[in-house]
Design a protein around this ligand. Structure first.
Ligand code: PLP
Length: 405
C-alpha cells in the first residue's frame, strides 16, 4: 500500500520548541505525572491576563465581526497601528502598507514566502527564534546564521555578519528585544546594522514582539525610527506585551525606503488575500492595546512579577557550578550556558530529556534555537515564584550530579 510521506519542502525545516521534548512531556502527563512546562512563552498559561478593556472591546464588537474583513485587516485597527508608529517617528508610513495577521507567526511566513527564490540568503541571528529559520527554509531560501556574542551581552557580531554577506543575501533578520537571549540592542548597534543594510541593499526584518518587555530602564529603539533610506518591515503583536497569545494577532509595517518594495508588496497582497483575512474579532483589541493607557510597567519595574522572576532566574542559574547566564534585559527567557566538558555533554537535547525525567521540568535545548554547540538551554521565567523557585531548585539539583554517558 502507498505510504504518505511528508513533502520534500519540509526537509530540514525544524521547530523544536514544540518538538520531541514536548512529546515526552505529554507522555509523562498521560501517565499522571505533573510536568512544569517552561518551553513556551505563553503568558496566559501562567496567570497573566490581557488588559480587561481589550477583552471588553472584543466582546462589544463580536456581532459586527462575523464576516471577513479586508485581507490587510480592519481599517480602524490599521489606523491605530499607523498612528502608533507615526509617534515612534517611522518614515514613509502608509495605512496601505500595514498588514494584520494571525499572529506574527503567519506574517513571518508570508514575508518570507513572498520574497525568496532558491538561491536567496537571509541573515538570521544564532541563537534565533527558530520560526525565522524554518520559514526561510520552507520558502525555499537559505538561512545563514550570524553569531551573537555572549561575552558582549549577546549583541550581534558585526564582523561575523559582514563576513557572511554575499551577492545572494536579500535580507537580515533582527529580533529585538531578543528571544532567546533577552538582549536589547542599543542605537549604535542598530546604526551599524543599518549601515550594512544600506551598503549591501538588504531588506531589514525587525521582529519586535517583546518591544515593551524591558527591564532595568534599558533604553529601547525600534530600528525603523532611525532611518528613511533602508526598507524595513517591523513585526509586532498582542501575544506578549498584551498577554493575549491566544488571540493570534500580529501586524507588520513597511517603512523606510518603501519605494523599493512595490513588486514585493504585490506578492504580500496576494498571499494576504489567499488566506482571506486574519481573525476579525481579535482585531478589535488592537486599538485599545495601542491607543489607550495600557501599560506593562506594573510587571516589569522593580517589584513587578516579571522583574522579580527575571532576577530569581538569573541568580538561581548563576548559582549553579558549571552554569552561567547573561542577565536578560528584555523578553521572558534566560538562555544559559553549561560547561559541556564538566557535564560530559554531547547531546543537549538528551540533557533536557534527562532533566525532564528527573525533575519533571521541561526546558528547551540551545540547538533548537540554531545555536551551533550543545552547551545552552532556554528557560521561560513566566511561572509565579511559588512554582519558579522549586523549578530552579530542581535544575540546581539536576546539575549537581549530572554526567551524560
Ligand atoms: N517572534 C518571536 C521572537 C517570538 O518569540 C514569537 C513567539 O514566541 C513570535 C514571533 C510569534 O508570535 P505570535 O504569537 O504573534 O505568532
Amino acid at each position: 500500500m502507498a505510504v504518505f510521506k511528508k513533502s520534500d519542502k519540509l526537509q530540514g525545516v525544524c521547530y523544536d520548541i514544540r518538538g520531541p521534548v514536548l512529546k515526552m512531556a505529554r507522555e509523562m502527563e498521560d501517565q499522571g505525572e505533573q510536568v512544569l512546562k517552561l518551553n513556551i512563552g505563553n503568558p496566559a498559561a501562567f496567570g497573566f491576563d490581557m488588559p480587561e478593556d481589550m477583552l471588553k472591546d472584543i466582546i462589544r464588537n463580536m456581532s459586527a465581526a462575523q464576516g471577513y474583513c479586508d485581507s490587510k485587516g480592519l481599517y480602524s485597527a490599521r489606523v491605530s497601528i499607523y498612528q502608533y508608529y507615526q509617534n515612534k517617528q517611522f518614515s514613509n508610513l502608509s495605512i496601505d502598507n500595514i498588514f494584520i495577521g494571525n499572529g506574527v507567526s503567519e506574517l513571518i511566513q508570508m514575508a518570507t514566502q513572498a520574497l525568496l527564490n532558491s538561491q536567496d540568503e537571509v541573515l538570521i541571528p544564532a541563537p534565533d527564534y527558530p520560526l525565522w529559520t524554518a520559514s526561510v527554509k520552507l520558502a525555499g531560501g537559505n538561512p545563514v546564521h550570524y553569531l551573537c556574542d555572549e561575552e558582549q551581552d549577546w549583541f550581534p557580531d558585526i564582523n561575523d555578519i559582514k563576513s557572511k554577506i554575499t551577492s545572494n543575501t536579500k535580507a537580515i533578520v533582527l529580533i529585538n528585544p531578543n528571544n532567546p537571549t533577552g538582549a536589547v540592542y542599543d542605537k549604535a548597534l542598530l546604526n551599524d546594522l543599518l549601515g550594512l543594510a544600506r551598503e549591501h541593499n538588504l531588506l531589514v526584518f525587525s521582529d519586535e514582539i517583546y518591544e515593551k518587555i524591558i527591564y532595568d530602564n534599558t533604553p529601547y529603539t525600534s530600528i525603523a525610527s532611525l532611518c528613511d533610506d533602508v526598507p524595513i518591515i517591523t513585526f509586532n503583536g498582542l501575544a506578549k506585551t498584551y498577554r493575549a497569545a491566544g488571540l493570534r494577532m500580529g501586524w507588520m509595517v513597511l517603512s523606510g525606503k518603501v519605494s523599493l518594495l512595490d513588486e514585493y508588496m504585490q506578492g504580500l497582497e496576494m498571499l494576504a488575500s489567499m488566506r482571506l483575512c486574519a481573525n476579525v474579532p481579535a482585531q478589535y483589541a488592537i486599538q485599545q492595546a495601542l491607543g489607550g493607557v495600557q501599560s506593562i510597567d506594573d510587571l516589569i519595574l522593580p517589584g513587578g512579577r516579571l522583574y522579580q522572576q527575571r532576577n530569581m532566574t538569573y541568580e538561581g542559574l548563576n548559582a549553579i557550578d558549571g552554569v552561567s547566564c547573561v542577565k536578560p534585559k528584555g523578553a521572558l527567557y534566560a538562555f544559559a550556558k553549561f560547561d559541556r566538558k564538566r557535564f560530559n555533554v554531547d547531546d543537549d537535547e538528551k540533557l533536557i530529556l534527562d532533566l525532564l525525567k528527573q525533575e519533571r521540568t521541561l526546558l528547551v535545548h540551545g540547538r533548537a534555537f540554531n545555536w551551533p554547540d550543545p552547551d545552552h538551554f532556554r528557560l521561560v521565567f513566566l511561572p509565579h515564584p511559588d512554582q519558579l523557585t522549586p523549578a530552579i531548585e530542581g535544575i540546581q539539583r539536576f546539575f549537581a550530579n549530572y554526567q551524560q554517558c
